[in-house]
Ligand binder design. Structure first.
Ligand SMILES: Cc1cc2nc3c(=O)[nH]c(=O)nc-3n(C[C@H](O)[C@H](O)[C@H](O)COP(=O)(O)O)c2cc1C
Length: 429
């Protein structure tokens, strides 16, 4: 069996897609995400994972114009706010939202996470990212972002500080002893007194322990420092690797690093980004896939903008017909390297005409895609897939009500949730 998640943003969901309803308005409404969550819960998904960032990209051609004209990466609301209404309308699906360790003080994040874990009955998780862009850093008062590996060193300390806060309340600290007038026992609530190089927090949190005590920790960095951080702390890692050998290598590396950190590698569930072209027949799916590829290849502008976003470097200024320039980035190193892989001896035009999203692309009818997923999971050795697609009802239902029932019939995904909390469901297999 494998786990399933859905990767999404609280942003405009392909506003020019003819199937998105009134997409220019709908994307703001919680109902869109609540309906998707209900469908994915019906399908037995482990979680929905909301990515986030706090800037409007302006590296590409030195302007915000591309991002704003195309609703690309921006505008975007804070996904933490969406968790509460979705949690109210669902019962079992996990809900993960992104928080950056670089700019959320540990106390603020630990308190928010604990509250959302309580409101969701133990189904909340935070996706810890270090944030990769100078623009984000400038929004929080820095001239430029901290050096790449230092960000992970800080993140490591951040998790220790937050954990000291989550550990502050013993599970039975709420005595609720009406007869003796003791609501909570002060001897079961402890100061964190955390003193690190980058963070200090006294604690304790001023709220009772949440169902999971410590929310699920998710992580998404692909560099060596990112993988080491994830292997040390994460319950689930979301990763991009477009082919089976890369997936296999990534999973083996993370599992080795987890073992070195003294953890059971099976306690880290790695979900790989996956995209789907599902149609009624294999032929129709292949035709659709070919059309989508041709459209993406023709859209050099979009691919240059994505590279500029991940690297923070203006790829609009380079000669398209010259070899890909050597660049050094302090931004999202692994993502940029992924987009530029195999670029030796090729021009920039060739590279941006064959952009890979980093997701494994499944193409076919429902039975064919179920076969493909089963084979990939067997070869990679676990743990699951993270659907990368906009929240457009038709897209959600193809997966939740078309593909998932077939996967369930074959025993590849859960028939039902065994537990109420996200961590327990992740650890169930
Ligand atoms: C599946 C996936 C999801 C990600 N989600 C976010 C996100 O929500 N916010 C963010 O700032 N970065 C996100 N990132 C970027 C990573 O945090 C990281 O910056 C990037 O993968 C580069 O890795 P590195 O910094 O370890 O080199 C994501 C990356 C991947 C692969």
């Amino acid at each position: 069996m494998f786990h399933m998640g859905w990767f999404l943003s609280y942003t405009v969901q392909n506003w020019r897609d003819p199937w998105n309803g009134n997409g220019s308005d709908l994307w703001i409404e919680p109902e869109l995400y609540i309906e998707a969550a209900k469908a994915l819960e019906r399908a037995g998904f482990d979680y929905m994972m909301f990515e986030d960032g706090s800037f409007i990209p302006d590296a590409f051609r030195g302007s915000m114009e591309y991002a704003l004209s195309n609703a690309s990466i921006a505008p975007k609301h804070d996904p933490l706010t969406l968790i509460a209404p979705i949690a109210r309308e669902t019962e079992r699906i996990g809900l993960i939202a992104t928080v950056t360790t670089s700019f959320y003080p540990p106390f603020l994040a630990a308190r928010l996470a604990s509250t959302l874990d309580t409101l969701s009955g133990g189904r909340f998780g935070i996706n810890l990212v270090t944030a990769h862009n100078d623009r984000t850093a400038q929004n929080f008062g820095l001239e430029q972002h901290h050096e790449h590996d230092l960000r992970y060193e800080m993140a490591d300390e951040w998790v220790r500080a937050a954990t000291a806060l989550w550990d502050g309340w013993e599970r039975d600290a709420l005595t609720l002893d009406e007869a003796n007038g003791v609501f909570a026992s002060a001897d079961k609530v402890h100061y964190a007194n955390f003193e690190g190089t980058y963070y200090r927090t006294r604690g304790p949190l001023n709220l009772p322990p949440s169902p999971q005590l410590r929310p699920v920790l998710c992580q998404a960095g692909g560099s060596q420092a990112g993988m080491t951080f994830g292997a040390r702390h994460a319950d689930t890692i979301i990763a991009q690797a477009g082919d089976v050998p890369t997936m296999k290598k990534f999973r083996e590396t993370v599992r080795e690093l987890a073992q070195e950190a003294g953890r059971d590698p099976d306690s880290v569930k790695i979900l790989f980004l996956a995209s789907f072209v599902l149609e009624d027949s294999d032929r129709a799916a292949q035709e659709k896939d070919a059309q989508m590829r041709a459209a993406s290849e023709a859209n050099i502008e979009a691919n240059l903008a994505m590279l500029s976003f991940s690297s923070g470097i203006d790829f609009g200024k380079f000669d398209l017909d010259a070899p890909v320039p050597e660049i050094e980035t302090n931004a999202a190193r692994a993502t940029t390297a992924h987009h530029l892989r195999n670029s030796e001896g090729r021009t920039l035009r060739e590279i941006v005409s064959t952009r890979s999203t980093g997701a494994f692309n499944f193409v076919g009818s429902v039975p064919t895609v179920a076969d493909q997923m089963s084979e990939v999971a067997a070869e990679v050795g676990g743990d699951g897939f993270l659907v990368q697609a906009p929240i457009i009802p038709r897209t959600v239902h193809r997966i939740a009500d078309g593909l998932a029932p077939e996967l369930r019939r074959r025993g590849l995904i859960r028939a039902d949730y065994d537990y109420h909390t996200l961590r327990e469901n992740l650890l169930a297999f």
